[in-house]
Structure formats: C-alpha cells, structure tokens
Design a protein. Sequence first.
Length: 228
Amino acid sequence: MRILVVDDEETLCEALRFNLEAEGYEADVAHSSEEVLAMDISCYDLILLDIMMGEISGTQLARIIKSNPLTASIPVIFCTAKDSEDDMVNGLDTGADDYIVKPYSIRNVLARVRTVLRRTAAQPAAAVTAPDGTISFGGLVLRPSSKECTVNGEKVKLPRKEFEILARLLSDIGRVFSREELLNEIWPDEAVVLDRVIDVNINRIRSKIGDYGKHIITRSGYGYGFME
C-alpha cells in the first residue's frame, strides 16, 4: 500500500512517513497542494491531507482529487487543526473518508489508516474512462493518446498489439471476447493470423501488469475477458 502525506510542517511529515513505513506501508511526502498537483497521484492507495496550506488549501485539493476520474477513488483522510463541527462537516462533504483533528497521536492516525484501507479494499475497483480517453482500473492506467501503460505509477512497456488488446478488454469489463473478435479488431488487415497469437499476447500482458494480470480470465472454448 502506498500512502501520500501532504502537510506544510516538514517535521510532522517525516514523523508520519517514519511510522507509516514502520507499519509496512510505502510513504511519500509533499509540502503543498501545488507540489501534489505536479505529481502522478493515481498510484497512491490513500492520502493524508492537511487543510491549511499555501494558496491552494487541502479542501480545494481534495475537491480536485475527487473530481478527477483517475483519482476519485483514492481515499482521503484530513489531518488538520481546524476543529469545529462545521469544519469537520465541510471536510467530509468534499468526499473525505475520515477527519482527524490536531494534535493527534500517531497511534490514532495509524488506526484510522488501517480502518479506511480495510474498508476501501473491500470495495471492488471499477474501470474509469476519463474525457481524454485514459482508462484506469485501480493502479492500472492506459493512456491511448501517448500509448503509455502504468502500473501503480511505474511505466510498463507494451508493444502496440498488447496495448490494443488490453485497452479493448478494459473498455468493456465483464465481457468475454472471443479470439475471433479480438483478431478482427486488433489485426483487421491481416490475411492470416492464428488464434494462438491471441493466447501468446494475453500471456505476455498478464506477466507485465503484475497483480492486475489475475483479472484477465480465460473462458475455455470462448475467449478472454477482464473481470473486476
């Protein structure tokens, strides 16, 4: 699990990072909303977010995160000194998953993190297509405009045909495509392409996309599909 800590108090950030890593998480830090907006945050499983920061507040950043289809499903926990009931209600209304008031104990933060991650992990991921055509399923992201595939923020090299097969499967999650359908769509101008070509490419895709490979299922006698 990867967690991003966002707070303009550097000492606090480092304390949280140290304790999160001691719990077995991967943790990164950012000290402003502007810094976060320059990052690819789609690879994170949770964001710990302060509210009172610079020109772009944590509340504004949370709204940006929740309005972007590629990051909307990332849980956000506010960690802030704003402690009124109205502050808490406003924070939760932005789509935040929890609200922790400073000063807090590290033990309390870790317990809240575990609870939120447990709750969100129990919910199956869903594929999301952004207006620019980018398709995401959890940390698996395909960007057709740049022909780029990333898994949890890491670039994965997919040749053209592998990229097109994966994009087609992700475009209609739950549907099983016959080998013939995939051959006709991916190799429309080829005179003779053996069904075996599909099997080889599917196996290569599975090996490259890590844990997401298990979502590509085989229906014997039918073909392949990407399942939640």
